[in-house]
Design a protein around this ligand. Structure first.
Ligand code: BG6
Length: 473
């Protein structure tokens, strides 16, 4: 029997993850342009507004833009080996199509990455995390327009050149497959979801896939030694029953997501998409050179994992379980979070094996965590804290399954827990749903001092990292 110390490889990248738009705030400071998030006060569940409105909690976020030094110091206290954040594209190119970058935006990330490196923490950078410059969305309809490939290429060249000596790990598009469900938030597509044709949606996806491969190509040329990965919203689909029709349905639903990783890893469209395109009368317009660019495949596959789902061919049962982006049929064997997300630690072992068998590429879990209502109390030492045993249990149970997957033979590079510090949620844009090891005093109505307090899970995670997983049970 292997001891716990050996269950995670030496150099395993333990850490935490956030995204610029959910924590930085400072939405209009130092030359930043508006992003799609700045006019989405209710996240993906509500309507967008004409202008940024005060009830949009993301405009201030947790004021990470001004407090990052304090926060990075806390992450360092937990022993983070890596910190995942995104670069807000509209801080660098306020309108997305500007000729020149915004120096103050570039300087902010220089300072942020220096602060991480000061503590020996590798920045893990998402190039685009649900925060397309608003002007690209309004004026071009986001990724529906092929011109975005060029703007994105220019943005990538700028940040690669600037941070090539500071950032080794890069992710192209956050949860790239989520564009299927959230075209505005994920793809900056301004056309109403209801009016968006499948032709335009899949053409937009093609543009993103080409842009992602282009980023890998120029990233490798400009930064030898850099590791560039794709990022997939990982939700495995189980057949609801052993009925073979349910098994086929699960296969089909899995392919909707796997298709994105398949292109990133294999460098070509999978054969099964031919039928899908034919059945749905979709004709992907491939320009000369696209097929060649797609051959620039990723170094690793990263993904988020919060839940699994069930698939059924029986339409009368085909609804019920919630999720932030994808919802499916409830699994009677699983419990749910306060937001209705089904909790399935074993699903993480399953998806790690599924991806590794399919791709034989290193895998990186770059999001996983429990969104819950936390209560601030006075701890034994007189400091404010949260007794978040439920979060410790959730994370422990998932990490035990990661260890089992590693034992199965899966190559796992690292694990960054989502929302390592409380932040504004993506789907509902609220503050009440907290993921962090660090409590931030901010409420749904916008009140709060923005002070930071360590939760019980803070010291627990610190111990996980210190012992390289030995304290997991
Ligand atoms: C992922 C996103 O889908 O889930 C994050 O990449 C998001 O941006 C996370 O915050 C959790 O979702 P939510 O809606 O609870 O914030």
């Amino acid at each position: 029997m292997q001891s716990n110390t050996e269950r995670f490889p030496k150099g395993f990248l333990w850490g935490g993850a956030v995204a610029a738009n959910q924590c930085e705030g400072a939405y209009n400071e130092d030359g930043k342009g508006l992003s799609t998030q700045d006019i989405a006060p209710r996240g993906i569940i509500g309507k967008i507004t004409k202008e940024p409105t005060e009830d949009n909690l993301k405009l201030i976020g947790i004021d990470f833009y001004h407090r990052y030094k304090e926060d990075i110091k806390l992450f360092a206290q937990m022993g983070f080996k890596t910190f995942r954040t995104s670069i807000a594209w509209s801080r660098i190119f306020p309108n997305g199509d500007d000729a020149m970058p915004n120096e103050r935006g570039l300087q902010f990330y220089d300072d942020l990455f220096d602060e991480c490196l000061k503590y020996g923490m590798e920045p893990l950078v998402t190039i685009s995390h649900y925060e397309t410059p608003l002007a690209l969305s309004k004026n071009y309809d986001g990724w529906v327009n092929r011109k975005l490939i060029g703007f994105f290429e220019n943005y990538c060249k700028t940040i690669f050149d600037r941070y090539k000596n500071k950032v080794k790990y890069w992710l192209t598009f956050n949860e790239i497959n989520s564009v299927l469900h959230q075209p505005y938030m994920s793809g900056g597509i301004f056309t109403d979801k209801e009016k968006l044709t499948k032709q335009d949606l899949y053409q937009a996806i093609h543009h993103e896939l080409v842009a992602s491969a282009m980023a890998v190509k120029i990233g490798h040329e400009m930064m030898p030694g850099a590791k560039i990965g794709c990022m997939i919203l990982g939700v495995p689909n189980y057949p609801l029953t052993p009925d073979p029709s349910d098994v086929i349905e699960a296969m089909k639903q899995d392919r909707e997501n796997l298709y994105f990783a398949d292109v990133h890893v294999r460098g070509v469209y999978p054969k099964y998409m031919d039928k899908y395109f034919k059945d749905n009368n979709i004709k992907i317009i491939m320009e000369p050179g696209d097929a060649e660019v797609l051959k620039n495949t990723v170094d690793f596959v990263s993904f988020s994992y919060y839940m699994s789902s069930c698939a059924t061919s029986d339409l009368t049962k085909a609804k019920g379980a919630s999720g932030n982006i994808i919802s499916g049929v409830p699994n009677p064997y699983l419990e749910s979070s306060q937001w209705g997300w089904q909790i399935d630690p074993k699903g993480l072992r399953y998806i790690l094996n599924l991806y590794y068998d399919r791709y034989q590429k290193p895998l990186f879990i770059v999001e996983n965590g429990l969104g819950a209502v936390d209560e601030l109390v006075i701890g034994k030492d007189g400091n404010k804290t949260v007794d978040d045993d439920y979060r410790i249990k959730y994370l422990n149970d998932h990490l035990v399954q990661v260890a089992k997957a590693i034992e199965d033979g899966v190559d796992v590079m690292g694990y960054t827990s989502w929302g390592c510090i409380d932040l504004v949620s993506a789907s509902t844009a609220e503050f009440k749903k907290r993921y962090g090891f660090i409590y931030v005093d901010r409420n749904n109505d916008g009140t709060g001092t923005l002070e930071r307090y360590k939760k019980k899970s803070f010291n627990w995670y610190k111990e996980v990292i210190r012992t390289n997983g030995k304290n997991l049970i």
